[in-house]
Design a protein around this ligand. Structure first.
Ligand SMILES: *Cc1c(COP(=O)(O)O)cnc(C)c1O
Length: 368
């Protein structure tokens, strides 16, 4: 028997969440973001789960090529663009749309002859201060890019710093949109603005946020960038991480649990050992109290997460035994709740799912 730890990917939930994103931004074309191995779900599963998307966006050049080799024929976008002039022929060969965010990338495109025309997304830095041309330099960058033979469509793109919060005191979405409009004023081309946070705010901010393309990631995987819960937004979990109890210990008052003896039993209690640890991607810094579901009942983590195991309080679970089913996150336990308890975000938990974890596909509400 393999180790009982297993991640089940719900392709039907991925489709459902894609439809939710569409209904938030019904007029926009949609890039489904599949970077980081489709947020830990597997690139090919991303391709199948988001088959109805208008395009797939990611940052890894080799994964972009893999999508083409796996038969994806719709658009592909490299969100960080290319990393070296030697990547330019790859864009033409595989018909890959590239972000252009700095003068070095423009030079790469100028120096390397394109034997087939390509489309690009020109990126504006509207306050995130990560990638992109400042609004005052944007039109000049556009002009220089436009002059390169072989560059076909140029889409205007920016990225929000605080899309999970409508009125951020330091940098509101509205302010970024104003800078974007000013910087791209009068330039022809489609526009691409919103990540998941922007898409989820689209119903309230339709006029402000309206654009030709949206780029949701986390919401397609049943997580939220912050704010309300995924369930409130009608999103469904796409990854359920399950394992089993593989050992049980009866504690007396004063007994301690695990490395560092971080947990001390105040009363007699039963704890269960779960086959899942930080080498599987479960966060080591998850504290006592992080939620876990055993045999359908919510309980909590106790003690320190170790490499292959973690310990949970079985006191509330009547008939817990070796072999009891444990849900670490997903169907029945929102990943955002686990992430919040562990001081991180759902994105990080999904992306950190380790190579050694078995992955299957199945619908929600089943055991996978
Ligand atoms: C990752 C990424 C997205 C998706 O962000 P989510 O918060 O997961 O929706 C969108 N656009 C760019 C440029 C990205 O890098």
């Amino acid at each position: 028997m393999p180790r009982p730890l297993c991640a089940t990917i719900h392709l039907d939930s991925m489709q459902h969440n894609l439809n939710r994103a569409r209904s938030c931004a019904p007029l926009a074309k949609l890039w489904a973001v599949v970077k980081a191995n489709a947020y830990g779900h597997g690139l090919e599963r991303g391709m199948r789960g988001f088959a109805q998307a208008d395009g797939l966006a990611l940052v890894e050049t080799e994964s972009a090529v893999r999508l083409r080799e796996s038969g994806w024929i719709k658009p592909i976008l490299l969100l960080e663009g290319i990393f070296d002039a030697s990547d330019v022929p790859l864009l033409a060969e595989h018909n890959i749309n590239s972000a252009v965010h700095c003068i070095e990338q423009i030079k790469m495109l100028e120096y390397t002859q394109l034997y087939r025309p390509i489309d690009v997304h020109l990126k504006m830095n509207t306050g995130m201060n990560r990638l992109g041309f400042r609004p005052e330099d944007y039109a000049a960058a556009y002009k220089r890019l436009r002059a390169i033979p072989g560059i076909r469509n140029i889409t205007h793109m920016t990225h929000f710093a605080n899309a999970d919060e409508l009125e951020h005191p330091l940098l509101a979405i509205g302010e970024q949109v104003r800078r974007f409009r000013a910087g791209a004023d009068g330039l022809p081309g489609e526009r691409s603005l919103s990540n998941s946070g922007g898409v989820l705010h689209q119903p309230q901010l339709a006029d402000e946020l309206s654009s030709d393309w949206v780029r949701p990631g986390i919401m397609l995987y049943g997580g939220t960038p912050g704010g309300r819960s995924a369930q409130d937004y009608g999103l469904r979990p796409t990854m359920t991480l399950r394992s089993e109890i593989i050992g049980i210990q009866q504690l007396q008052p004063g007994d301690t649990v695990g490395y560092g003896s971080r947990f001390v039993a105040e009363k007699a209690m039963t704890i269960g050992v779960v086959a899942c640890g930080y080498a599987d991607g479960y966060p080591r810094h998850a504290p006592h109290g992080t939620p876990v579901v055993v045999d359908g009942v919510r309980t909590t983590l106790v003690g320190r997460v170790s490499m292959d195991m973690m310990t949970v309080d079985l006191t509330p679970i009547a008939n817990a035994r070796v072999g009891s089913k444990v849900t670490l996150w997903g169907d029945g336990l929102p990943i955002d709740e686990v992430a919040q308890a562990a001081g991180t975000i759902g994105y990080e938990l999904m992306c950190a799912l380790a190579q050694r974890v078995r992955v299957t596909e199945g619908r929600m509400g089943t055991d996978g």
